[in-house]
Design a protein around this ligand. Structure first.
Ligand code: FES
Length: 151
């Protein structure tokens, strides 16, 4: 019998150690990188399909005011003009999708991101917005104000 180690056994040990080392390294990288990537790219939110929402009672909306109402996962701006009439539009600016607001002192719908302005019919009148806001239907039944999609 000789004391010289069998070269095949030595090679098998090296292969096993390499496998264990790289397997462990790979598992560690996956455990670190996967949560980071998940944080940086969150899963897409499913589109919520809504055709109508109850906005509130008439008394909840003062004349000459604007309110942002959640319509599924999109905002809608409900305007009550100085005469008490309601209008509703998508509150997503047609420029770069900032949320618009009612600007009482101008009597307009205003986008703070790039000073885009829309009149109270949703038409883009100044600034970079390229097209009007999408209009929604407002229904008043009794005291309840509802908003629905225009077809
Ligand atoms: S995003 Fe509204 S004006 Fe630019």
């Amino acid at each position: 019998m000789s004391d010289i180690p069998d070269p095949h056994v030595q090679q098998d040990k090296r292969d096993f150690l390499k496998f264990a080392l790289f397997g462990g390294l790979f598992a560690w990288l996956a455990a670190v990188i996967f949560p980071v990537l998940s944080y940086l790219k969150p899963p897409k939110q499913a589109e919520v399909i809504v055709n109508s929402v109850k906005a509130g009672k008439i008394a909840d909306f003062a004349n000459d005011s604007g309110s942002i109402i959640k319509f599924g996962n999109k905002p809608v701006i409900l305007i009550r003009n100085p005469q008490g009439e309601f209008k509703a539009f998508s509150a997503v600016c047609t420029h770069l999708e900032c949320t618009v607001q009612y600007k009482k002192d101008l009597g307009m719908i205003w986008c703070a991101c790039h000073n885009g302005k829309y009149d109270l019919n949703g038409r883009n009148v100044s600034g970079p917005p390229p097209r009007p806001l999408d209009e929604f239907r407002v229904t008043v039944q009794g005291e309840e104000v509802s908003i629905s999609k225009k077809s």
